[in-house]
Design a protein around this ligand. Structure first.
Ligand code: ADP
Ligand code: ZN
Ligand code: ZN
Length: 732
């Protein structure tokens, strides 16, 4: 007897056994293949599961097994390499397998709807129709015209009928007479042209030559190239080779804001079908892109994090641009790193993986040092531009207007007078991070989080940036009823107000998640900036990500101090990456760029390193420190987190898990905690964490498995939630 072992989206970390649908023959059941979707009763619901394995027997007696309702696909919709990838990811991240398999399918297929092939719908003649002579059906001119079209080709698309004004009713009447039938037009053959690329400089040429040598089979490459060094040009030429060999290229980029710019560059280069996959798409668009990737009609797939689970018919290359970017790591639910999954996928698909960045992650540098990745470096900017000069402005005892020193203000003046653009970086949105009473000292706090509320003056609101709660700005102090409410600290809204007044004859653009809500806001802005007219761009880190702004010649960091004192072990690495990326926006075309960094701590070692040492040397020094401390990427971290409305019960739960796991710890592995998270209360829940530090991946995986096993069985209070995070980015 065949038993269907299924992955079913649910919080349970296991597979589920079912009997084949009633009425399915034994032979048909034996022929089922992994990846086929199966609709099954699950508790009181009907859900879509994914066949993982056909088995001969189950741990449960056959009488306890339910029948599946139906098998939804005639054949698996996704290739077996992708199923293997899901299987690997579920095990590595200790996540429920059904939820991982679901990542490989668009929403409608997850909901159990029928698969619609992507080929264009059309019509063809039936055998009976083929028997008709030319010029038949003359009494009905519309039908005669349709017939003539069908007689001229094996199949004709609906689009062509529509163009000729032939209605669906005409076609249906031909179908009723059994003269024509609906069909799907064959996909375009896989071939694409590309325009000639730029003449590569020697560093680029060496890199491309090394990549081309490794084009067959799996290998992983890190392209470490300073900002503006022409990494994208190398990607494009490597992709051209991949397309010439009739293979597809998958390109991951960090953020949706980047897609229009990247897409435009790709479209100009390739006469190819390019599809994009990101969170800004509607469901129908997403389905079409997924289907085109799957059936091979898309040559290039460009997408954000989740696109790593897109099925590809014939993959030849995977690129992860800005590989250090934290948006590749999903921060809730299924906490995977798309960069790391990409490397695994390359192994399974037997194709090269290219990671690129001006500021590579320490993880990737570590893998280079261990000989797992090949390193390629671009040390010079491509073309005629050169790297900007960087200088600190000591703002101690200087008068600041909306955070800007007079030195900076005059630099802005000069840049605008010279008809160039200015980019100002301030990583705090809103008007001010604090609202305070000048009379009694009251501070506006979020009632659900251990956090202050941010003043958003434009909307007359106080908002919590952690849980999203908002309320109207009070007119009087709720504590003493006085009217001297003042703001403290600085946000982009405030600096924008000041800039608009001070530089009223120039345009000022604010770029943060408050102003970039609209779907095309970023694209429109990028278009405007690229026209090169003088003006000021003010924004959060949204501005720093890979954008190419040729007209920007002055870049300033308004408040570097905010980054200097991070408690997180990745603080220094993050700051070095951010500052290097911000600075990299300057002088990307002919004008030389200048970068000014405002600080009260001009002698701080991290800042000094940034000013005097390049990222590459700094990163290698930080890596040595981490190695000495046994922290990632040298050691492995796993965090078991709990959140609960009761402060004590989360810690108790983690304590029990810890004491049950402790006896089985392998040598060198350590459990730390339970500790309260740095922001203990968030959205009304108290958060605690148990941290595992292990000497290597095997030990980390072993203990992660133990932790999950215990967490699943330790009795916990209702409402307590826990989650596991393998390779966490942050310790909270
Ligand atoms: P990166 O991706 O490293 O930031 P880009 O590929 O965007 O760099 O290149 C930066 C600029 O240099 C772009 O305007 C690009 O057209 C130009 N460029 C890249 N390679 C060359 C080359 N070999 N010759 C001339 N210009 C180049
Ligand atoms: Zn007060
Ligand atoms: Zn809050």
């Amino acid at each position: 007897m065949s038993i269907l072992r299924l992955a079913i989206p649910s919080p349970l970390r296991r597979l589920f056994d079912y009997l084949p649908p009633r009425g399915m023959s034994a032979a048909a059941a034996m022929a089922l293949q992994p990846g086929q979707r199966v609709s099954v009763p699950f508790g009181s619901r009907k859900v879509t599961g994914y066949l993982v394995q056909l088995c001969q027997d189950s741990e449960l007696p056959a009488s306890a097994l339910k029948h599946a309702d139906a098998v939804l696909d005639d054949a698996p919709l996704v290739p077996s390499t992708l199923l293997q990838l899901c299987d690997w990811a579920a095990r590595y991240y200790h996540h429920p397998p059904g939820e991982v398999y679901a990542c490989a399918f668009p929403a409608s297929l997850r909901q159990g709807k029928a698969h619609r092939p992507g080929g264009r719908a059309g019509w063809r003649l039936t055998t009976r129709g083929m028997g008709l002579p030319a010029g038949a059906l003359a009494r009905s001119p519309r039908k005669a015209e349709a017939l003539a079209l069908l007689q001229g080709a094996p199949a004709v698309s609906n689009d062509l009928f529509r163009e000729r004004g032939i209605s669906g009713a005409v076609m249906r009447s031909l179908a009723a007479k059994e003269l024509a039938e609906q069909c799907t037009l064959a996909q375009l053959p896989m071939a694409a042209d590309s325009r000639a690329g730029l003449a590569l400089n020697p560093e680029q040429a060496d890199t491309l030559a090394a990549l081309l040598k490794a084009r067959k089979g799996f290998s992983c490459h890190l392209l470490e190239g300073v900002t503006g060094s022409g990494k994208t040009e190398v990607y494009l030429q490597f992709i051209a080779d991949c397309l010439e060999r009739g293979r597809q290229a998958l390109v991951l980029i960090p953020e949706i804001g980047l897609t229009p710019q990247t897409l435009e560059r790709f479209r100009q280069r390739f006469a190819a079908t390019i599809v994009t996959l990101h969170s800004g798409l509607g469901e129908a668009e997403r389905y079409r892109a997924w289907e085109a990737a799957r059936d091979g009609s898309a040559h290039i797939v460009i997408g954000t994090r989740s696109a790593i689970f897109t099925p590809l018919q014939n993959p030849g290359l995977i690129i992860v641009d800005e590989e250090h970017d934290s948006s590749y790591k999903q921060q809730d639910g299924f906490r995977y790193s798309a960069r790391d999954v990409a490397v695994k996928r390359g192994q399974l698909e037997k194709c090269p993986v290219l990671l690129g960045s001006a500021t590579p992650s320490l993880e990737s540098l570590h893998n280079v040092a261990a000989g797992r990745y090949q390193l390629h470096r671009l040390r010079q900017r491509a073309g005629t531009s050169s790297l900007p000069s960087i200088r600190a402005i000591d703002v101690r005892r200087q008068e600041l207007q909306a955070g800007l020193s007079s030195t900076l203000l005059s630099a802005i003046d000069q840049t605008l007078q010279a008809q160039q653009q200015v980019l100002l970086f301030l990583n705090r949105r809103g008007y001010a991070p604090t609202l305070q009473c000048h009379d009694c000292g009251w501070v506006a706090q979020c009632s659900a989080c251990d956090a202050r509320l941010t003043v958003h003056r434009r909307h007359g609101q106080l908002r919590c940036h952690h849980c999203g709660a908002g309320r109207r700005m009070p007119q009087r102090c709720p504590q003493c009823h006085g009217s001297s409410l003042i703001t403290a600290g600085l946000g982009t809204e405030q600096t924008e107000d000041f800039l608009c007044r001070r530089f009223s004859q120039w345009p000022v653009f604010r770029v943060d998640s408050d102003t970039m809500q609209a779907r095309h806001a970023m694209r429109d802005l990028v278009g405007l900036i690229n026209r090169g007219e003088p003006g000021i761009l003010l924004g959060t880190q949204m501005l720093t990500k890979g954008h190419h702004f040729p007209g920007v010649s002055l870049v300033a960091v308004i408040d570097a101090d905010a980054m200097l004192f991070s408690a997180d072990f990745r603080g220094e690495e993050r700051m070095a990456q951010l500052l290097t990326q911000v600075a990299g926006r300057a002088g990307r075309a002919e004008q030389p760029g200048e970068v000014l960094v405002q600080t009260h701590y001009p002698d701080h070692p991290a800042l000094q390193a940034m000013l005097n040492v390049d990222y590459s040397d700094q990163a290698r020094a930080i890596l040595a420190d981490r190695q000495a401390a046994g922290m990632p990427p040298a050691g492995q971290l796993v965090i078991l987190r709990s959140d609960c409305s009761d402060a004590a019960c989360g810690e108790q739960f983690l304590q029990t898990v810890r004491s049950q796991t402790e006896p089985d710890l392998p040598a060198g592995a350590r459990l730390i905690g339970p500790l309260p998270a740095p922001m203990q209360r968030r959205a009304g829940k108290y958060r605690s964490q148990l941290i595992l530090l292990a000497p290597d991946r095997r030990a980390a995986q072993l203990v992660a498995g133990l932790l999950v096993g215990r967490a699943e069985t330790v009795p916990a209070r209702r409402g307590l939630k826990w989650s596991i995070d393998v390779d966490p980015l942050d310790l909270y």
